[in-house]
Design a protein around this ligand. Structure first.
Ligand code: DGJ
Length: 730
């Protein structure tokens, strides 16, 4: 049997010699291999190359920088390896066929390619089981400019009886023997997106979620894979992966006995096997992949560009600056209090007010998180004149009004639960688990799906002046059973739930296209590119301590653009207000504080910061991001945004810990035009004796700034500087 190696390494100086296998670099892209036509899925800078072997079994022979494939390979690892036949590692696909046969043997039928719109090229590779009428189509969308490849898989059962699919990866990659460094983004409530990188060692490393709903509470469905060396910011080969799916997921990385690495990415097969009736299809979520030979910086810029253009709604429309009442009042508010907040917000320059949890429920008023969820009638005691009166007041004051909902959940202490105890997710004969005193509604039930849509639709239809919605989801699934689904279809619950959820979100989006939407799940419990396609932004974490936010926002920046990342100034951590503002200003800025409790100095500072943010918001929200200093392993962190023609940039420097002796004080900027002159000004300073909030730093060439001419002497922990860099006529 041939040795199985696939060449995915593309550094021209890198040669591998494993078991007599030498990969040379001659830059040849294959047109024909073994006399068979190769199928190439290409973006401007990267490509994946597939070819059938002599038996017509499809192989992935290359994923890397375009044009750098050496033309040589020696492989039998299939592009979509299936279980039960001659592949004996974790399979991408595992099916039990109509007669109980547990093996699948896929052969290439044909492929087709079409240009969808000048930027997206779609490739469909059609595979079929060699014996059974079971069809698998690998679908790739190659986003040319963004160098992103999105892959999903479609299964079609044309057998006579139902089949059961146990494994259904969205993508399967094979890497030649070498060193691979995996970075995950793990955490928990209020501690999201911790980056941990490790050298993969023999065995299987699995990054997953089994939480069903709000499935990203403990891990975002993303990873980085450093190829040959740990992922670095500005050089080296790295793959970024992100699954566009809000349910449970699984990424597994397994070495074979020869040191090859198999990476499988997709929905978590845990409790999710799919019974597919004859004539039916099943579609996996999309896996998004970016390969870069210039490190995580370029990879993230690809993801962020793609995110703005395709991943989030209206990714080029600057976001409003909002005041949220959650941390200011929690559940304790009334109309008078809210209107006073509108007034204060308007005076400071806020553009949008968001009313959070606690505005509904009468028999069981929502005065804390124990009751009322599910009963979406306005609480008459707190808001006797309804939401309408709030919209009217907001309009009069001149601020947009937004509102919070959590339509997928119910408190057991609610009229909804009294009426429909069978609408919740739970297992027969087992006690219910009341995390955060609530239960998940079972969206696989069409009645529940309709109820959930109506919660949002009725609210927005009755109050057409609501401009913004924050959609929350505060618990994950335990006891994952459905009282609605038939016994044999219980394992369909989480997938069907999400099909219903996306349908609801889609209908809300289409019926209320002018309402801006924030995706929230007790912080970052549901941050992925499928859910985000219905939303303008997301709430990254309930942890708004700006020191922690430096890390959290750094983590999200690997995949998500700043325009979608909500950063609020709050009281968490009791940090200096300037530091809190500077951190919030580095993404989509807002605030969660009781303005009546701010002192004169804080009010003045806030007003100026909001005005400054308005002035530079286009650069921060729409500009290209360059990460400069990682908070991991450093006492400070820095990043910057540069506008399209590189004439305007904003740089943020956060001193998160006291500077140590020997720490450099300079910051080397990136992304500027070397030969251009730039004026640098520090903005958003605490006012000096004469009330000035900015200071000239000097004029430098782009080259000088990129070589480290900016001296930023912040020594004490929790201090920060914001620099505005503006091109001047040469
Ligand atoms: C969790 C969210 O993350 C918070 O911002 C807030 O909306 C609460 N839920 C309300 O219950």
């Amino acid at each position: 049997m041939k040795k199985l190696y696939i060449h995915l390494l593309v550094v021209s100086a890198m040669f591998f010699n494993m078991a007599g296998q030498v990969f040379a670099q001659d830059g040849a892209t294959p047109k024909n291999l073994d006399g068979k036509q190769a199928i190439t899925v290409a973006t401007e800078k990267t490509e994946m190359i597939f070819t059938p072997d002599g038996d017509n079994r499809l192989q992935l022979i290359f994923y890397g920088t375009k044009g750098s494939f050496n033309g040589k390979y020696d492989s039998l690892a299939e592009a979509y390896f299936s279980g039960g036949s001659d592949f004996y590692y974790s399979p991408a696909l595992r099916v039990t066929h109509e007669d109980g046969n547990t093996s699948t043997l896929l052969k290439l039928q044909k492929s087709e390619q079409k240009n969808l719109d000048g930027n997206i090229v779609e490739t469909r590779i059609y595979l079929k089981d060699d014996y059974y009428n079971f069809y698998v189509t690998l679908v790739f969308k190659a986003y040319q400019k963004e160098n992103l490849i999105a892959q999903h898989v479609v299964f079609e059962n044309k057998e006579k009886k139902a089949v059961t699919i146990y494994n259904f990866a969205s993508t399967a990659l094979t890497f030649s023997p070498g060193k691979y460094y995996l970075t995950q983004f793990h955490g928990k409530w209020a501690d999201e997106m911790n980056m941990v990188e490790e050298l993969l060692t023999p065995g299987i490393k699995v990054l997953d979620s089994k939480l069903g709903v709000r499935a990203h509470e403990m891990r975002n469905p993303t990873f980085l894979l450093g190829i040959g060396e740990p992922a670095r910011e500005d050089n080296g080969n790295v793959i970024g992966g992100s699954l566009a799916w809000s349910g449970s997921f699984e990424f597994s990385f397994e070495f074979d006995e020869n040191g090859r690495l198999f990476a499988l990415c997709g929905m978590n097969p845990y409790m999710e096997q799919r019974i597919l009736e004859p004539g039916k299809t099943f579609v996996t979520p999309e896996m998004l992949l970016v390969y870069s030979n210039k490190g995580t910086g370029e990879m993230s810029r690809s993801f962020q560009d793609w995110g703005r253009k395709y991943g989030v709604r209206e990714g080029y429309t600057p976001r409003s600056i909002l005041l949220n009442n959650w941390e200011a009042t929690f559940f304790d508010f009334d109309e008078k209090k809210l209107v006073s907040l509108f007034e204060g917000a308007k005076k400071l320059g806020f553009e949008l007010f968001l009313l959070d949890d606690g505005w509904f429920g009468n028999k069981y008023p929502r005065n804390d998180d124990h009751a009322g969820l599910g009963d979406w009638d306005v609480n008459k005691k707190k808001l006797p004149n309804g939401v309408e009166a709030l919209c009217v007041a907001a309009e009069k004051i001149g601020i947009d009004f937004g509102i919070w909902v959590e339509p997928e959940m119910v408190n057991p202490k609610s009229e909804l639960y009294e009426k429909h105890p069978d609408w919740v997710i739970g297992q027969k004969h087992r006690p219910l688990n009341f995390r955060r005193n609530q239960l998940n509604l079972d969206l696989s039930n069409p009645d529940v799906r309709e109820f959930c849509f109506n919660v949002v639709d009725h609210l927005l239809t009755a109050n057409p002046d609501i401009r913004f919605v924050k959609w929350d989801a505060n618990r994950f699934v335990t006891n994952g059973g459905s009282y609605y689904l038939k016994p044999e279809l219980q394992s369909h619950l989480i997938y069907d739930y999400h099909v219903a959820l996306y349908d609801i979100m889609d209908r809300v989006m289409k019926k209320h296209p002018n309402v801006r939407m924030m995706l929230c799940s007790g912080g970052g419990g549901r941050v992925d590119y499928k859910a985000l396609s219905y939303f303008h932004e997301f709430w990254p974490s309930d942890n708004t301590d700006p020191v922690q936010r430096v890390y959290i926002q750094w983590g999200y920046s690997m995949f998500y653009p700043s325009i979608a990342v909500a950063g609020h100034v709050t009281h968490w951590g009791a940090r200096p207000i300037k530091f809190a503002f500077d951190v919030a200003m580095s993404v989509r800025m807002g605030m969660d504080r009781d303005l009546a409790k701010l002192n004169e100095q804080e009010l003045a500072f806030s007003k100026n910061a909001i005005a400054e943010y308005k002035r530079v918001r286009d650069v921060v929200q729409l500009g290209t991001q360059y990460r400069l200093i990682s908070p991991y392993g450093s006492n400070r962190s820095a990043s910057m945004y540069v506008n399209e023609d590189k004439s305007h940039a904003i740089a943020f420097v956060f001193q998160i810990k006291n500077a140590a002796e020997g720490d450099s004080t300079t910051v080397a900027l990136k992304g500027l035009i070397p030969g251009k002159q730039y004026k640098v000004r520090e903005i958003n300073r605490m006012p000096d004796a004469s009330g000035k909030t900015s200071a000239e730093v000097g004029v430098f060439s782009g080259k000088q700034l990129m070589d480290g001419a900016l001296d930023c002497r912040l020594n004490a922990e929790i201090t920060s500087s914001v620099y505005e860099i503006t091109a001047v006529a040469n």
